[in-house]
Structure formats: structure tokens, C-alpha cells
Design a protein around this ligand. Structure first.
Ligand SMILES: Cc1cc2nc3c(=O)[nH]c(=O)nc-3n(C[C@H](O)[C@H](O)[C@H](O)COP(=O)(O)OP(=O)(O)OC[C@H]3O[C@@H](n4cnc5c(N)ncnc54)[C@H](O)[C@@H]3O)c2cc1C
Length: 456
């Protein structure tokens, strides 16, 4: 690569270009999962869509491997690459809310903390992730599961349009009206089709919610899981609630004597009328005694950031995932064997409900195909010490192996590991061939291949 070509790129773009000789390189090359230790040749910190267009053209013409980074939360580390070029969108985080139309336009480097803070000021929200530091880009492009999914649908179901830089360096707007094939593929198809420089979302009135975490004794986990399975099916859609296994963190609302104990947990988010919140969550108190809880009215962004401290950047991550139609007694038995074996406080298993509004979208209406799944399970291994990698990865794999026979073939792309590339076709079911067609139209040479890849 001639230095002059890089110099020309430097003169073209507004944002900084960082390479191995720069002081900020070590810091900038890092991604959220500390297990990923890659050394890109160039990191283009894009200031605007024009920078993205220039960087995409440069990568294509130079033949460099290209990674695209939004919120950098990809567990397999798809947002970076050895010796290649990283398009880093982190400087592009603005969010503009239109309170009259109830929409928000957010740049591709924003995270859910940026997004929720901006929309909450207007008493509005849409489905986003449950941790505020996750990027809106990767999460929305893979589907988007969160507290509001039962009432608002997936994040991608609330997408109105997206500005995209495609592999040939063109800038397109994709929506139901323009490039509708691309718009279809972006809603679940991941980062396969181009760099999204901004997302336009439909918003719903969600302001103060009633909810929070409730902890139970492990011996009640089976009772709670069976209760939860039946209860959530009939519960109003404004109730988001997911069960989890969780080691009690040292938080003031948990008795000190219980810190470090492995417990069962339900995290609830009632986004209906506030004065109905207590009644809605009462059944969760009637089935088994609650050991500790932090439940009450809170601004939606507060719940969205409630677990951030448990998950700082710099942990080791290895995750596996499944879609589940029925949480059968046999599946629950598998959870009861492996959930209590949680190795460290950061690791967890969440079983997210994805019924309600998610089911009202036809399986072929967007790329996200599993519209009949009732739950998305994530077995999230997260731990601080690389010396523990083997033990933690083994825990995730054994848990996954035990629950896989009770789950669907596919898993949610955003929760899958990089050794799951073989499951990509299964994830998209009948939509896969159409995704390949769109990929051939917009990225025939697979420039955007660092993702759960749909090969052209
Ligand atoms: C702590 C944690 C909590 C999570 N919680 C949830 C949750 O509640 N719900 C949920 O659904 N998922 C959740 N996830 C999974 C999350 O959706 C994925 O990790 C997602 O890919 C992260 O997106 P990102 O932009 O932060 O990541 P990045 O690493 O920046 O990117 C992820 C993928 O998206 C591509 N990409 C990023 N930005 C763009 C863009 N602007 N245009 C095109 N492609 C792009 C990248 O190339 C890469 O393939 C969580 C992940 C973590 C680590």
C-alpha cells in the first residue's frame, strides 16, 4: 500500500486516521471483548457519511480487509481486523428526535445510552438492548431484543429508514419506498449489506416504567421457570420480563450475607400505566419468596443502564444462543443443571421473551425469520481473567449442548459465537436464499464479510 494513497485518504476525510505509530493506537484498536486482540493497519474514525464513503472506496480499491465498528460489542470481534482497515463510527453518535412524528434519527456510532437519553426527554422510546453501552447499529441490524420487545417488536421492526454506504461507495436511503430489497435485508441480516450511517426509528410513548430485578433462591428456580413460561404467554404485552441465573453482585439492595451466592433472577419492565405496575408484578412475589429486589417506578433509561457496572469493557466473552418455541419441562431441567454452575458474577443466562408484537410481523416480511419463537436464550460467558478462559468456555459449551435438543436449529445472530458461522443459514430459514440475492446485488465481492456472513 503506497503511503501516498493513505495520505490522500487523510486529506479526504474529516475524522482522524489512526495507525500503529500513533499514540492513541493501543487504546483505539481495543474492542469490548478483551479476548479479541487484533492489530488493524488503519482505523478511520469517521466524522460523517462522506468519510464512510471515502473509507469504503479506499478499502475496496486497496484490497484491504474491511471491518465496520459501531458500538464495538460484537462478541466474536467482528468490529476489528488484523492488518486491515476499520471504519470506526464512534464519533458519529448524534440522535435527533422528532416529537411530532414520534421518530428519531440516530447516527451509526450511537449506543443505546445515547439513544435513550435523547428520546426519554420526550417521553418516547423503542426497543433497544438491555445494556446502555451496546451499539444501536449492530443490535438493530441483527434484529434487536430488549425489555420493550413484546410491546414494540424488535428494534429492526421499528426501523423506518436507513442511510447506507454500499460496497461500491454509493450513499443510499433504504426504506419501504426506496431500495426496499436492501431495507428488507437490513432488518435482521446484520452488517452484510453496507455501512449504515444513520437509522430512523419509530418511537412509542414509554417514559417511567415499573420494574427492576427480583432475586430468588436457587431451589425455587424450577418453580419460577415453570410459572414464568405459563404466565408470560398470557401477560399483557407491555410486560417485558426475562428469567436469568445470576450470582448476586455486591449491591446495597442485596443482603451482604448473600453477595456471591448463585441465585435465580427475573428482570421485569412494565411499560403500561404506572399505577398498574405493582399489581402486574404481584404474581412474581406470590409464587416464591423474593430474596432481594430493586423494583419500582424508574425512568426507562435507568433500567437500561442498571447492569452496566457488571459488564465493563475489558472482560473476556464467549456466548452461545438459541431460539426456543416451547420452554418444555425437559428444557427447564437442562437449565436447572447448568444455570447453577455459573462460574463468575459477570456471566449469566437470559431467556428473553420474543412473542407479542414480534410475532405480528410475518417471517418473510423482514430478514429476521424466527417469528414463531417465543424465547431467545443467551448463554453469556463473561469473566475478567484470561487464565479462566478454558473453564468458562467449557461451561458455555456444555450448557449449550444440554439445551440445544430442546431448542430450534437457529440462534439469534447477535448472540452467536464466531464458531457458529455454520448456523447462519439455519438462523435465516426460508429467507436465506433471498438474502443471498440481495447480497449479490449490493456486495457481490463480499467486502462486508466480518459478520455472521451471508456469502454472495
Ligand atoms: C454486554 C452486551 C449486552 C448485549 N445486550 C443485547 C440485548 O439486550 N439485545 C440484543 O439484541 N443484543 C444484545 N447484545 C448483542 C448485540 O446486539 C451484538 O453484540 C451487536 O452486534 C452489537 O452491536 P455493536 O454496534 O455494539 O457492535 P460492533 O462490534 O460495532 O458491530 C457488530 C456487527 O455489526 C456490524 N456493524 C456495526 N456497526 C455497523 C454499521 N453502522 N453499519 C453496518 N454494520 C455495522 C459490524 O461490522 C459487526 O459485524 C449485547 C452484547 C453485549 C456485549
Amino acid at each position: 500500500m503506497a503511503t501516498t494513497a493513505v495520505d490522500q485518504l487523510r486529506e479526504t476525510v474529516r475524522g482522524p486516521i489512526i495507525g500503529p505509530n500513533d499514540d492513541t493506537y493501543e487504546q483505539t484498536r481495543r474492542v469490548y471483548n478483551a479476548m479479541i486482540d487484533r492489530r488493524p493497519a488503519l482505523i478511520v474514525q469517521c466524522a460523517n457519511a462522506g468519510d464512510v464513503m471515502a473509507a469504503v472506496r479506499f478499502a475496496r480499491e486497496s484490497g484491504m480487509d474491511l471491518a465496520v465498528r459501531g458500538g464495538q460489542h460484537s462478541v466474536p470481534g467482528f468490529g476489528t481486523v488484523d492488518d486491515g482497515l476499520v471504519i470506526d463510527l464512534s464519533p458519529m453518535r448524534s440522535v435527533r428526535v422528532d416529537p411530532v412524528e414520534r421518530t428519531a434519527r440516530a447516527e451509526g456510532g450511537a449506543n443505546w445510552g445515547d439513544f435513550n437519553a435523547a428520546t426519554h426527554a420526550f417521553g418516547l422510546a423503542t426497543t433497544g438492548g438491555i445494556i446502555s453501552t451496546t451499539g444501536i447499529a449492530g443490535l438493530t441490524l441483527g434484529g434487536g431484543i430488549g425489555h420493550l420487545a413484546r410491546s414494540c417488536g424488535l428494534s429492526c421492526d421499528n426501523l423506518v429508514s436507513a442511510d447506507v454506504v454500499t460496497a461500491d461507495g454509493r450513499f443510499l436511503t433504504a426504506s419501504e419506498r426506496e431500495h426496499d430489497d436492501l431495507f428488507w435485508a437490513l432488518r435482521g441480516g446484520g452488517g452484510n449489506f453496507g455501512v449504515v450511517t444513520s437509522f430512523e426509528y419509530r418511537l412509542q410513548p414509554v417514559d417511567t416504567i415499573y420494574g427492576g430485578p427480583m432475586f430468588y433462591e436457587l431451589r425455587d428456580a424450577g418453580t419460577m421457570l415453570r410459572f414464568y413460561r405459563d404466565f408470560i404467554r398470557e401477560a399483557p404485552e407491555q410486560l417485558g420480563a426475562f428469567p436469568a441465573f445470576q450470582i448476586a453482585p455486591p449491591l446495597p439492595f442485596i443482603p451482604e450475607s448473600r453477595h456471591g451466592d448463585t441465585l435465580f433472577m427475573v428482570v421485569a419492565c412494565w411499560s403500561g400505566p404506572l399505577d398498574e405496575g405493582e399489581r402486574m408484578l404481584r404474581p412474581f412475589h406470590d409464587v416464591a419468596p423474593v430474596v432481594a429486589e430493586l423494583v419500582g417506578p424508574m425512568p426507562y433509561p435507568v433500567l437500561n443502564a442498571a447492569f452496566d457496572a457488571l459488564l465493563p469493557p475489558g472482560l473476556q466473552h464467549y456466548w452461545k444462543a438459541n431460539f426456543v418455541r416451547e420452554l418444555t419441562d425437559a428444557a427447564i431441567e437442562a437449565h436447572l443443571v447448568h444455570g447453577p454452575r455459573l462460574p463468575v458474577v459477570n456471566s449469566t443466562v437470559h431467556i428473553y421473551p420474543i412473542d407479542g408484537a414480534c410475532h405480528r410481523v410475518a417471517p418473510d416480511a423482514t430478514a429476521f425469520a424466527y417469528r414463531d419463537a417465543n424465547f431467545a436464550t443467551v448463554i453469556a460467558g463473561m469473566w475478567p481473567d484470561p487464565a479462566d478462559n478454558e473453564a468458562n468456555i467449557r461451561w458455555v459449551r456444555e450448557y449449550y449442548d444440554a439445551t440445544a435438543p430442546h431448542s430450534e436449529e437457529g440462534g439469534y445472530v447477535n448472540f452467536m459465537a464466531d464458531d457458529d458461522q455454520g448456523r447462519v443459514r439455519a438462523n435465516y430459514r426460508g429467507n436465506y436464499d433471498r438474502l443471498v440475492e440481495v447480497k449479490r446485488r449490493y456486495d457481490p465481492d463480499n467486502l462486508f464479510h466480518l459478520n455472521q456472513n451471508i456469502k454472495p
